[in-house]
Ligand binder design. Structure first.
Ligand SMILES: C[C@@]1(CC(=O)O)C2=NC(=C\c3[nH]c(c(CCC(=O)O)c3CC(=O)O)Cc3[nH]c(c(CC(=O)O)c3CCC(=O)O)/C=C3\N/C(=C\2)[C@@H](CCC(=O)O)[C@]3(C)CC(=O)O)/[C@H]1CCC(=O)O
Ligand SMILES: NC(=O)c1ccc[n+]([C@@H]2O[C@H](COP(=O)([O-])OP(=O)(O)OC[C@H]3O[C@@H](n4cnc5c(N)ncnc54)[C@H](O)[C@@H]3O)[C@@H](O)[C@H]2O)c1
Length: 139
Protein backbone atom coordinates (compact mmCIF):
# COMPACT_ATOMS: atom_id res chain seq x y z
CA UNK A 1 0.00 0.00 0.00
CA UNK A 2 2.77 2.44 0.95
CA UNK A 3 4.45 1.72 -2.40
CA UNK A 4 1.34 2.80 -4.33
CA UNK A 5 1.13 6.06 -2.38
CA UNK A 6 4.87 6.74 -2.83
CA UNK A 7 4.63 6.10 -6.59
CA UNK A 8 1.94 8.80 -6.84
CA UNK A 9 3.91 11.22 -4.68
CA UNK A 10 7.03 10.75 -6.82
CA UNK A 11 4.97 11.34 -9.97
CA UNK A 12 3.94 14.65 -8.39
CA UNK A 13 7.62 15.54 -7.70
CA UNK A 14 7.17 15.33 -3.92
CA UNK A 15 10.16 14.93 -1.59
CA UNK A 16 9.31 11.64 0.16
CA UNK A 17 10.51 10.27 3.50
CA UNK A 18 9.40 6.74 4.45
CA UNK A 19 9.74 5.78 8.11
CA UNK A 20 9.43 2.01 8.57
CA UNK A 21 11.49 -0.83 10.09
CA UNK A 22 10.87 -2.87 6.91
CA UNK A 23 10.64 -2.05 3.20
CA UNK A 24 9.60 -3.95 0.09
CA UNK A 25 11.76 -4.26 -3.03
CA UNK A 26 10.34 -1.21 -4.76
CA UNK A 27 10.91 1.07 -1.75
CA UNK A 28 14.45 -0.33 -1.37
CA UNK A 29 15.13 0.39 -5.05
CA UNK A 30 13.81 3.96 -4.80
CA UNK A 31 15.95 4.50 -1.68
CA UNK A 32 19.05 3.10 -3.41
CA UNK A 33 18.39 5.40 -6.40
CA UNK A 34 18.08 8.41 -4.09
CA UNK A 35 14.46 9.00 -5.13
CA UNK A 36 13.20 8.70 -1.54
CA UNK A 37 14.70 8.85 1.93
CA UNK A 38 14.09 5.64 3.90
CA UNK A 39 14.43 5.96 7.68
CA UNK A 40 14.90 2.38 8.87
CA UNK A 41 13.04 2.46 12.21
CA UNK A 42 9.56 2.61 13.71
CA UNK A 43 7.53 5.82 13.95
CA UNK A 44 8.65 8.10 16.79
CA UNK A 45 6.95 11.15 18.24
CA UNK A 46 7.98 14.24 16.22
CA UNK A 47 8.02 12.46 12.83
CA UNK A 48 4.54 13.62 11.80
CA UNK A 49 5.03 17.25 12.84
CA UNK A 50 8.20 17.36 10.72
CA UNK A 51 6.32 16.63 7.47
CA UNK A 52 4.07 18.76 5.29
CA UNK A 53 1.75 15.91 4.25
CA UNK A 54 1.48 12.79 6.43
CA UNK A 55 0.42 9.25 5.46
CA UNK A 56 -0.26 6.99 8.46
CA UNK A 57 -0.02 3.64 6.68
CA UNK A 58 1.32 1.09 9.14
CA UNK A 59 -0.49 -2.19 9.78
CA UNK A 60 -0.91 -1.24 13.46
CA UNK A 61 -4.13 0.76 14.04
CA UNK A 62 -2.85 2.14 17.34
CA UNK A 63 0.30 3.50 15.71
CA UNK A 64 -1.79 4.99 12.88
CA UNK A 65 -3.97 6.72 15.50
CA UNK A 66 -0.90 8.14 17.28
CA UNK A 67 0.51 9.45 13.98
CA UNK A 68 -2.86 11.03 13.12
CA UNK A 69 -3.14 12.66 16.54
CA UNK A 70 0.35 14.16 16.28
CA UNK A 71 -0.30 15.40 12.73
CA UNK A 72 -3.63 16.98 13.70
CA UNK A 73 -2.12 18.68 16.77
CA UNK A 74 0.67 20.10 14.59
CA UNK A 75 -1.80 21.28 11.91
CA UNK A 76 -0.49 18.84 9.28
CA UNK A 77 -2.76 17.26 6.66
CA UNK A 78 -3.01 13.53 7.34
CA UNK A 79 -4.26 10.49 5.40
CA UNK A 80 -5.00 7.47 7.62
CA UNK A 81 -4.91 4.21 5.67
CA UNK A 82 -7.37 2.32 7.88
CA UNK A 83 -9.69 5.16 8.97
CA UNK A 84 -11.51 7.07 6.22
CA UNK A 85 -13.34 9.27 8.75
CA UNK A 86 -10.04 10.54 10.13
CA UNK A 87 -8.51 11.41 6.74
CA UNK A 88 -8.00 15.16 6.21
CA UNK A 89 -7.74 14.18 2.53
CA UNK A 90 -8.14 10.97 0.54
CA UNK A 91 -6.28 9.87 -2.57
CA UNK A 92 -8.47 9.43 -5.67
CA UNK A 93 -7.94 6.90 -8.43
CA UNK A 94 -6.44 8.88 -11.30
CA UNK A 95 -5.20 8.59 -14.83
CA UNK A 96 -3.06 10.88 -16.99
CA UNK A 97 -3.39 10.95 -20.76
CA UNK A 98 -1.21 13.51 -22.48
CA UNK A 99 -1.81 16.84 -20.80
CA UNK A 100 -5.02 15.78 -19.06
CA UNK A 101 -5.60 14.14 -15.68
CA UNK A 102 -8.91 12.62 -14.56
CA UNK A 103 -9.49 11.74 -10.89
CA UNK A 104 -12.25 9.56 -9.45
CA UNK A 105 -13.34 9.63 -5.81
CA UNK A 106 -16.02 7.62 -4.04
CA UNK A 107 -15.62 9.86 -0.96
CA UNK A 108 -13.84 6.97 0.69
CA UNK A 109 -16.80 4.61 0.41
CA UNK A 110 -15.58 2.15 -2.25
CA UNK A 111 -11.93 2.40 -3.40
CA UNK A 112 -12.22 -0.80 -5.45
CA UNK A 113 -15.05 0.80 -7.46
CA UNK A 114 -12.90 3.92 -8.03
CA UNK A 115 -10.17 1.65 -9.40
CA UNK A 116 -12.63 -0.18 -11.69
CA UNK A 117 -14.01 3.11 -13.05
CA UNK A 118 -10.44 4.33 -13.67
CA UNK A 119 -9.67 1.17 -15.67
CA UNK A 120 -12.88 1.52 -17.71
CA UNK A 121 -12.19 5.17 -18.39
CA UNK A 122 -8.62 4.39 -19.50
CA UNK A 123 -9.76 1.77 -21.99
CA UNK A 124 -12.55 4.10 -23.26
CA UNK A 125 -10.03 6.89 -23.81
CA UNK A 126 -7.68 4.48 -25.61
CA UNK A 127 -10.53 3.19 -27.82
CA UNK A 128 -11.67 6.75 -28.52
CA UNK A 129 -8.15 7.86 -29.41
CA UNK A 130 -7.67 4.87 -31.74
CA UNK A 131 -11.02 5.59 -33.48
CA UNK A 132 -10.19 9.31 -33.75
CA UNK A 133 -6.82 8.53 -35.31
CA UNK A 134 -8.42 6.06 -37.72
CA UNK A 135 -10.91 8.79 -38.79
CA UNK A 136 -8.07 11.27 -39.30
CA UNK A 137 -6.15 8.73 -41.39
CA UNK A 138 -9.12 8.50 -43.81
CA UNK A 139 -8.68 12.11 -45.02
C1 LIG B 1 -8.32 4.91 -5.35
C2 LIG B 1 -7.07 4.44 -4.60
C3 LIG B 1 -5.97 5.46 -4.82
C4 LIG B 1 -4.61 5.08 -4.26
O1 LIG B 1 -4.51 4.51 -3.17
O2 LIG B 1 -3.66 5.34 -4.98
C5 LIG B 1 -7.47 4.22 -3.16
N1 LIG B 1 -7.52 2.94 -2.87
C6 LIG B 1 -7.15 2.18 -3.95
C7 LIG B 1 -7.24 0.79 -4.02
C8 LIG B 1 -7.72 -0.12 -3.03
N2 LIG B 1 -7.84 0.19 -1.72
C9 LIG B 1 -8.32 -0.94 -1.06
C10 LIG B 1 -8.45 -2.00 -2.00
C11 LIG B 1 -8.93 -3.41 -1.71
C12 LIG B 1 -10.45 -3.32 -1.77
C13 LIG B 1 -11.17 -4.59 -1.86
O3 LIG B 1 -10.61 -5.59 -2.31
O4 LIG B 1 -12.39 -4.52 -1.54
C14 LIG B 1 -8.10 -1.46 -3.24
C15 LIG B 1 -8.12 -2.14 -4.59
C16 LIG B 1 -6.77 -2.73 -4.93
O5 LIG B 1 -5.80 -2.54 -4.19
O6 LIG B 1 -6.74 -3.42 -5.94
C17 LIG B 1 -8.62 -1.10 0.38
C18 LIG B 1 -8.91 0.09 1.20
N3 LIG B 1 -8.77 1.40 0.87
C19 LIG B 1 -9.12 2.18 1.94
C20 LIG B 1 -9.43 1.32 3.00
C21 LIG B 1 -9.74 1.77 4.41
C22 LIG B 1 -11.16 1.77 4.72
O7 LIG B 1 -12.02 1.57 3.80
O8 LIG B 1 -11.44 1.99 5.89
C23 LIG B 1 -9.34 0.00 2.53
C24 LIG B 1 -9.67 -1.28 3.22
C25 LIG B 1 -8.41 -1.79 3.92
C26 LIG B 1 -8.63 -3.16 4.50
O9 LIG B 1 -9.36 -3.24 5.50
O10 LIG B 1 -8.07 -4.10 3.93
C27 LIG B 1 -9.14 3.59 1.99
C28 LIG B 1 -8.89 4.49 0.95
N4 LIG B 1 -8.47 4.15 -0.29
C29 LIG B 1 -8.46 5.24 -1.08
C30 LIG B 1 -7.90 5.27 -2.34
C31 LIG B 1 -9.10 6.40 -0.42
C32 LIG B 1 -10.57 6.56 -0.90
C33 LIG B 1 -10.68 6.81 -2.41
C34 LIG B 1 -12.08 6.95 -2.87
O11 LIG B 1 -12.75 7.92 -2.46
O12 LIG B 1 -12.56 6.10 -3.64
C35 LIG B 1 -9.05 5.98 1.06
C36 LIG B 1 -10.25 6.41 1.88
C37 LIG B 1 -7.89 6.60 1.78
C38 LIG B 1 -6.63 6.67 0.97
O13 LIG B 1 -5.95 5.65 0.89
O14 LIG B 1 -6.39 7.77 0.46
C39 LIG B 1 -6.60 3.02 -5.03
C40 LIG B 1 -6.96 2.57 -6.47
C41 LIG B 1 -5.83 3.00 -7.38
C42 LIG B 1 -6.04 2.61 -8.80
O15 LIG B 1 -5.63 1.50 -9.17
O16 LIG B 1 -6.55 3.44 -9.54
N1 LIG C 1 -5.82 3.05 1.74
C1 LIG C 1 -5.75 1.97 1.01
O1 LIG C 1 -5.93 2.02 -0.21
C2 LIG C 1 -5.45 0.66 1.67
C3 LIG C 1 -5.28 -0.50 0.90
C4 LIG C 1 -4.93 -1.69 1.54
C5 LIG C 1 -4.78 -1.68 2.93
N2 LIG C 1 -4.99 -0.54 3.65
C6 LIG C 1 -4.72 -0.43 5.10
O2 LIG C 1 -3.39 0.12 5.18
C7 LIG C 1 -2.66 -0.45 6.26
C8 LIG C 1 -1.35 -1.06 5.73
O3 LIG C 1 -1.64 -2.05 4.77
P1 LIG C 1 -0.47 -2.78 3.97
O4 LIG C 1 -1.12 -3.80 3.14
O5 LIG C 1 0.41 -1.74 3.32
O6 LIG C 1 0.33 -3.47 5.19
P2 LIG C 1 1.80 -4.10 5.21
O7 LIG C 1 1.81 -5.06 6.35
O8 LIG C 1 2.22 -4.56 3.86
O9 LIG C 1 2.76 -2.87 5.55
C9 LIG C 1 2.73 -2.26 6.80
C10 LIG C 1 4.09 -1.65 7.05
O10 LIG C 1 4.02 -0.89 8.26
C11 LIG C 1 5.26 -1.03 8.92
N3 LIG C 1 5.11 -0.72 10.35
C12 LIG C 1 4.55 -1.49 11.32
N4 LIG C 1 4.63 -0.86 12.51
C13 LIG C 1 5.26 0.33 12.29
C14 LIG C 1 5.64 1.42 13.13
N5 LIG C 1 5.38 1.41 14.46
N6 LIG C 1 6.28 2.47 12.57
C15 LIG C 1 6.54 2.48 11.25
N7 LIG C 1 6.19 1.48 10.40
C16 LIG C 1 5.56 0.42 10.92
C17 LIG C 1 5.65 -2.48 8.68
O11 LIG C 1 7.06 -2.63 8.85
C18 LIG C 1 5.22 -2.68 7.24
O12 LIG C 1 6.30 -2.35 6.37
C19 LIG C 1 -3.62 -1.43 6.91
O13 LIG C 1 -4.22 -0.74 8.00
C20 LIG C 1 -4.66 -1.74 5.87
O14 LIG C 1 -5.92 -1.99 6.47
C21 LIG C 1 -5.32 0.63 3.04
Amino acid sequence: MAERKVAKLLAAQARVRVISPAAGNLLLQWAADGQIEWVNRSYASGDAAAAWLVFAATNDPEVNRAIAAEAEAAGRLVNVADDVARCAFTVPASTRQGGVQVAISTFGTDPAKAKRLRELLESDIQDGTARFQAELAKD
